[in-house]
Design a protein around this ligand. Structure first.
Ligand SMILES: CC(C)(COP(=O)(O)OP(=O)(O)OC[C@H]1O[C@@H](n2cnc3c(N)ncnc32)[C@H](O)[C@@H]1OP(=O)(O)O)[C@@H](O)C(=O)NCCC(=O)NCCS
Length: 148
């Protein structure tokens, strides 16, 4: 059974979360998580998925800025993909954003994952650009309209 939990950078799961992010998001590109990647993470929200043994098998982070919220670094352990865990983490992340009364969320999607985000209601709002050596596109989802 998969369980979902918000953690902080003081929890022991943070080290496992970072290892997963490094292995899934950086190593295949010949990179490592950088100081810049990790900067400010104690102020960001960290939502993780854990298997029955308490091992972190998926994660997503949310960075809050003056402009709003940005979802970053969603990563699912390879053998756990295609089971809806990424979707659950994204919905959980969106709820965290809503709970802060923020009505929109952005992210930088890898082109390879663009369809995943489109299925969740995200729309591209930029041209393709290169980040961590590969093509990305900025995407946005409006969660609610403050005016209505
Ligand atoms: C992208 C990722 C987070 C998706 O997580 P997941 O748990 O496998 O996704 P889900 O099982 O919730 O899939 C939801 C839907 O999106 C689809 N989907 C998932 N990943 C996809 C991809 N890369 N391309 C196209 N469709 C994808 C699934 O087929 C599913 O479709 P369905 O609802 O029609 O059945 C995961 O594959 C991953 O960690 N990839 C490597 C890291 C990465 O690319 N992260 C994104 C960085 S921007």
């Amino acid at each position: 059974m998969i369980t979902y939990r918000q953690i902080s950078t003081h929890d022991r799961e943070y080290a496992v979360e970072k290892e997963l992010r490094n292995r899934v998001l950086r190593k295949p590109l010949g990179l490592m998580l950088s100081e810049q990647d990790l900067q400010g993470e104690d102020e960001q929200a960290h939502l993780v998925a854990m298997d029955g043994t308490g091992t972190v098998v998926g994660c997503v982070l949310i960075a809050f800025t003056e402009k709003g919220a940005k979802i970053r670094q969603i990563a699912i352990e390879e053998r756990y993909r295609g089971r809806g865990i990424g979707t659950k983490l994204m919905k959980g992340a969106e709820q965290i954003v809503r709970d802060r009364d923020l009505g929109a969320v952005t992210l930088h999607a890898r082109q390879t994952a663009r369809r995943f985000f489109e299925k969740l209601g995200y729309a591209a709002v930029s041209d393709v650009f290169i980040e961590v050596t590969i093509p990305h596109v900025k995407m946005e989802k409006i969660l609610f309209d403050h005016a209505s």
